[in-house]
Design a protein around this ligand. Sequence first.
Ligand SMILES: [Zn+2]
Length: 262
Amino acid sequence: MHKKPAYLFPVLLLAILAVVVGCSSVPDSDRQQINFLKPGEEAAMGISEFKKMKGTLKISTNSTYNAQVQKVGQRLSKVMPVPNAEWEFVVFEDPTPNAFALPGGKVGVHTGLFQVTENEAGMAAVMGHEVAHVVARHSGERLSRGALSAGAVAVGTKVINKKTGLNPAIVAAGLGAGATLNHLSHSREQELEADRLGALYMARAGYNPSESVKLWERFAAYRKKSSQADGPPAFLRTHPLDETRIAALQAYLPTALKEYKN
Ligand SMILES: [Zn+2]
């Protein structure tokens, strides 16, 4: 007779609970995800994290940069479904070309990003991509997957016992990773999804989504140039290959263009 391995039961139980407790669908995408976190809890963490960042990082007073980021932010915030949003758009003094968004509608843009975005639509492409990670709740998904995998029955059980999904240590670790901004741990799938959703939302906000392809091409050129200089910056290494990403976005453009009215 075969005897069922002892670990099978908790694993099965976790899988079932994951479906019951933590499965939700990604807005504007035909994908289901595992997510134990409640949107309101995610938002509260993002809002408090952003407050800390504003207290420690240098905020830019460049009026041209700030005006553009506010304008793009206003337009995007009207069309991007971020639960419990308290929208805020801040430009930080940092020469690296980067931007980030946290749950709760908190968006940061580095001054170094303007060298690549070049214009308002380019900025909309990047900010749309970043906020799309929030819309699709990618960090909560990452945390929840992390809790389930690694055979982390103990961890997963703790999470599930609380049902609302909050093990403060795990959440803090995950949010910390998110807050280093550079999507180090976003999977390739999440990146491509953020590209698609970003193009869709920029179209709904009145920006031509074709500009997103141009933006990612400029990013590719920038990467090439800077990797020749001193090796690829760490935050870019986990991104999908630029060619793959640009091709995928090209293929999605007709869908996004349907929502673009100028
Ligand atoms: Zn990303």
